[in-house]
Design a protein around this ligand. Structure first.
Ligand code: TRH
Length: 357
C-alpha cells in the first residue's frame, strides 16, 4: 500500500511530554512506512531526545507565519493544539476539491470512563477556517474501547539483566556497584519528597535523577541516610526506555514516562501525575489506580494506593511502602494485560483506513 502523508502538530506547553509523545508517535508511524511531517513550535529537546532522527519523519518549524505547505492525507493535532488557520483553510480547500484530509485530535491519556465514551467521536466544525470539516477524537487508553498505548520498546522488560549491563556500561554510571539498588526518580519538584524519600530509598539505594527541577531540589538538600544521588544527562528516548528497564523501581511523571514505566519495565513504578489547577488530576489518579489495582488483594492494593496518593500530595506519608515481592507480580500481570491490547499506532492506522475507505 502507498504510504500516507501525515501532518502532526505539536505545541510544547512545558517540560518534555508534549514533544515526547508526538515524537514517539511520529517515529512509530515512520517505522510502519508512513511519511510524517512533525510540526513543532519548539524543537529544542529533539537535540537530545532524538539526535539521529527517525526514518520517514521530517521536522517542520511551526512559526508565527507558517509556510504554505499542502496538507497530507491525515492531520493530527496533539492535545487540541489547534493547527494554524492558514493550514486549516488549506485543508478546507482540499476538502472542497474532493480530497478531505482526515483531521484527528489526539487527546491526553486518562483511565477515566469518559475516554471510552468519547473515543472515535466526530466533531463537526461550524465556524472558522475549517467550517464544514469534521474533526475526530482519538483517545489513548487502557482498554480495548480506546485507542490503546504505543507499544514500541516493550520487549525491554523481558531482559532486565541486559538493560542493567547496558546501564553499567554508560559513562555516567562509572563506579556504580553492579548490585546497587537503583531508583529512578523522574518527578516534579515538590515538598513531599523530603518525607517520602527515606521510605522509598533505604540505605544502599542509588537515586538516579534526570536533569531538571527535582534534581536541583534534591541536590540542594541532604540525601536520605545511606543513599546516594546520581544526576543523569538527558538521554535519547530509546536509552530512557532502557533506563526504565534497568532499575529496581521507577518513579515517573506526566504521560509518556508513566506509560513507558508500565510497558518497558518488569519492576513496579510510582506515578507523580501532572498537577492541574482545578484538582482534576486527583480524579485521574484514582481512575488509573482503580484499573491498575483491580482484582489485587488487600492490604497490597491499599498500600499502593496510599503511596501513589502521598507522592501526589493527596494523602499523608504512609507508615510503610508496599512489599515489592507481592507488588511485582501485580505489575507484571497488568503489563501483560496492556500488551494484549492493540497498540495505538495499529489502532490509528485502522481508524484512518476505515474513515478513508
Ligand atoms: O516531562 P513531562 O512532565 O511532560 C508532560 C508535559 O508537562 C505536558 O505539558 C503534560 O501535558 C504532560 O506531561 C502530561 O513528563 P512525560 O510525559 O513523562 O515526558 C517526558 C518525556 O521525556 C518522555 O517522552 C521521555 C523523555 N525523556 C527522554 O527521552 N530522555 C530523558 O533523559 C528524560 C529524562 C526524558
Amino acid at each position: 500500500m502507498q504510504p500516507r502523508r501525515w501532518d502532526v502538530f505539536c505545541r510544547v506547553i512545558d517540560n518534555f511530554g508534549d514533544i515526547g509523545v508526538c515524537w514517539r508517535l511520529a517515529a512509530a508511524l515512520g517505522a510502519r512506512g508512513e511519511q510524517v511531517r512533525l510540526w513543532l513550535d519548539d524543537d529544542s529537546a529533539l537535540a537530545w531526545m532524538a539526535p539521529g532522527g527517525a526514518p520517514g519523519v521530517s521536522v517542520q518549524r511551526w512559526t508565527a507565519e507558517p509556510p504554505a505547505l499542502a496538507p497530507g492525507e491525515v492531520v493530527i493535532e496533539a492535545f487540541g493544539c489547534a493547527p494554524p488557520d492558514s493550514f486549516v483553510a488549506a485543508m478546507a480547500k482540499q476538502a472542497a476539491a474532493g480530497h478531505p484530509p482526515l483531521w484527528i485530535n489526539l487527546e491526553y491519556l486518562s483511565a477515566e470512563a469518559y475516554v471510552e465514551r468519547s473515543h472515535g467521536l466526530r466533531s463537526p466544525q461550524f465556524s472558522g477556517p475549517g467550517a464544514g470539516l469534521d474533526k475526530w477524537f482519538f483517545y489513548p487508553g487502557f482498554s480495548a474501547a480506546t485507542g490503546g498505548l504505543l507499544h514500541d520498546g516493550s520487549a525491554l522488560a523481558n531482559d532486565p539483566a541486559g538493560a542493567r549491563a547496558w546501564l553499567l556500561a554508560q559513562p555516567w554510571a562509572a563506579g556504580l556497584p553492579a548490585n546497587a539498588r537503583l531508583l529512578l526518580l523522574f518527578g516534579y519538584p515538590s515538598p513531599v519528597w523530603r518525607a517520602l524519600l527515606p521510605l522509598l530509598a533505604p540505605p544502599g539505594t542509588v537515586l538516579l535523577l534526570p536533569l531538571g527541577g527535582l534534581c536541583s531540589q534534591l541536590q540542594a538538600g541532604t540525601p536520605p541516610i545511606g543513599s546516594r544521588l546520581l544526576a543523569l544527562p538527558h538521554l535519547p528516548q530509546p536509552d530512557f526506555d532502557r533506563l526504565l528497564a534497568a532499575t529496581d523501581v521507577n518513579i515517573v511523571r506526566g504521560e509518556d514516562s508513566f506509560v513507558r514505566a508500565q510497558l518497558c519495565s518488569a519492576q513496579p513504578f510510582v506515578w507523580q501525575i501532572y498537577p492541574q489547577q482545578d484538582g482534576a488530576h486527583g480524579l485521574k489518579l484514582e481512575a488509573f489506580l482503580d484499573r491498575y489495582l483491580s482484582g489485587s488483594p488487600e492490604p497490597l492494593a491499599h498500600d499502593i494506593r496510599q503511596l501513589f496518593r502521598a507522592v501526589n500530595g493527596l494523602a499523608a506519608r504512609p507508615a510503610h511502602v508496599p512489599d515489592i515481592n507481592t507488588w511485582q507480580p501485580l505489575h507484571q500481570r497488568w503489563r501483560r494485560q496492556l500488551l494484549a491490547q492493540h497498540d495505538l499506532c495499529s489502532e490509528l492506522l485502522r481508524f484512518v483506513a476505515n474513515k478513508q475507505a
